[in-house]
Design a protein around this ligand. Sequence first.
Ligand code: GTP
Ligand code: NA
Ligand code: MG
Length: 305
Amino acid sequence: TTGMVEIARSPVVTVMGHVDHGKTSLLDAIRSTDVASGEAGGITQHIGAYKVHVTKPDSPAFGREIVFLDTPGHEAFTRMRARGAKITDIVVVVVAADDGVMPQTLEAIDHARAAKVPIIVAVNKIDKPDANPAKVIQQLAARGLQPSNQGGDTEFVEVSAKKRIGLDLLEEMICLVADISAPKAVLDRPAVGTVIEAKLDRGRGAVASILVQNGTLRLGDSYIVGNTFGKIRAMFDDRGRSITEAGPSTPVEILGLESMPDAGDTFLVMADRDKAKGIAQYRKMKEREAQLAKSSRVSLEGLAE
Ligand code: GTP
Ligand code: NA
Ligand code: MG
């Protein structure tokens, strides 16, 4: 039928791994930016969402785009998954080659497996004198991540965010793995997405980072998101540039929310603003009812004791 033509969309990749193994540095290197050194205490506090264009002319992935989500620990990912949000096509697990496999490395792998998402291992910091990438591969093979060059189905890419080694190969691998599931979307339909994070901005009010997953989001669109609603009054891309529309697999920051949504909330454009408002109010009422029921249960339990 017309208007429902599927097109290939860019893969969405979530970068996970043990603290300080270089997730943000790796994305910085890929994007040629420097987010990591500006972070308070060098710790990622919020999810960064970025779209990267593969610009190396002789790369097989030339001209393609990849969306990266940089996670602060795994709670955010778990919370979103618990809410039923499926946002990522691939998980890149970053392991520092000097540190080796650590508890959060294994957690990341568990999360990816539970979400049934393919894993690519980026063995980072290979520039370090005490780097031992072979050991990392061996440690993970023992956990069931068999490298593809040993008959398994996990791609390991040795990288250095610091020395910019292996970045092209990592991008190629991501595109290769993405081609297996070949993610698709429809351009010409009301936008659907997921809230990556939301914050209250002193000057701008409620601001949400959302990932548009299907359809095209446009300035002026009315939407429902979780139990709130709004109208796209302004929209910004991952570099803070004002934009007027965003297609599938695009992270955007939106303004014009009535109140704060939660990470993992589904975002849906609705033709009718009043209908969006009505649904939001209904959801809010249901939430309040559930909270009341819970608190009265708690107080009754208190009386019974
Ligand atoms: P969290 O978000 O706090 O979990 O950390 P992260 O995984 O994002 O690591 P981050 O990028 O903050 O890097 C941690 C430290 O490792 C920083 O001091 C980086 O400069 C350093 N680092 C990252 N990649 C490399 C690398 O390839 N080689 C070397 N030598 N150091 C690196
Ligand atoms: Na860090
Ligand atoms: Mg980080």
